[in-house]
Design a protein around this ligand. Structure first.
Ligand SMILES: Nc1ncnc2c1ncn2[C@@H]1O[C@H](COP(=O)(O)OP(=O)(O)OP(=O)(O)O)[C@@H](O)[C@H]1O
Length: 224
């Protein structure tokens, strides 16, 4: 089976509008197998968000290659990139970014409608996902009426709604208290394991990192 994600020799710098360039990635390479959950650990400012954005086709590298599900993404046009991102990748951020005016159920349904799934099937899948992470009872609630942990569980369901081959997460439990973080992380791991997708999960929390299959570090612009 092909790897869920391969990053090869990524280079990325920002010039901050000045001649002096900040070089963030310096030949970063990494692969995540299908079904593998990899922890990405990095000091603040090391470039983990930059790496995740490039892996998820939200940004482009200055040099290097991104492959999703065995397919090279570098050089694809905007439209093909958008389609690949929508179909192949699920994102989870530190803050849930749910749509505040929609219910939990709608937040998980909407990305599926955008991907061409019909409404009844999308609702059934959304309910099943919400049920698996223990928030089916909150399906008709808007985000503001849910706890932080519940909101983040809904965000997990939204990320997995289109059955992506790759999950990318940036501090997915970073804004929760330690007890809630632990529980919510457990729910995420169960979902990921049940789907068999590859996952790259950035965290500062070494206890959570130790629960994943492999830990990699981002240091001086490379993955070690
Ligand atoms: N759009 C941008 N324009 C200019 N500089 C940027 C941009 N994005 C990131 N940087 C710089 O690149 C470096 C790495 O940023 P990045 O957000 O990838 O780090 P990070 O490891 O995710 O940090 P944190 O853990 O604090 O979120 C920082 O020095 C940051 O200032």
């Amino acid at each position: 089976m092909s790897d869920a994600l391969v990053l090869e020799g990524l280079e990325k710098g920002y010039n901050h509008g000045r001649p002096s360039q900040v070089q963030v990635l310096r030949g970063a390479s990494l692969s995540v197998a299908a079904g593998e959950v990899v922890a990405l650990v990095a000091p603040s400012g090391a470039g983990k968000s930059t790496l995740l954005h490039i892996a998820g086709l939200l940004d482009t590298p200055d040099a290097g290659q991104v492959m999703l599900g065995g397919r090279a993404m570098t050089g694809l046009g905007d439209r093909a990139m958008t389609e690949a991102r929508r179909g192949e990748v699920g994102f989870i951020y530190q803050f849930h970014h749910l749509l505040p005016e929609f219910t939990a159920l709608e937040n998980v349904v909407i990305p599926q409608l955008a991907n061409g799934v019909d409404k009844a099937a999308a609702e059934a899948r959304a309910m099943s996902l919400l049920d698996r992470v223990g928030v089916a009872g909150r399906a008709q609630h808007r985000p503001a009426a849910m706890s932080g942990g519940e909101q983040q569980r809904v965000a997990f369901c939204r990320a997995l709604a289109n059955e992506p081959r790759l999950l990318l997460a940036d501090e997915p439990t970073g804004n929760l208290d330690p007890g809630t973080s632990d529980q919510v992380f457990g729910a995420l791991m169960e979902l990921v394991r049940a789907t068999g997708m590859g996952a790259l999960i950035a965290t500062h929390n070494m206890e959570l990192a130790a629960r994943m299959d492999r830990v990699v570090r981002l240091e001086a612009g490379r993955v070690v």
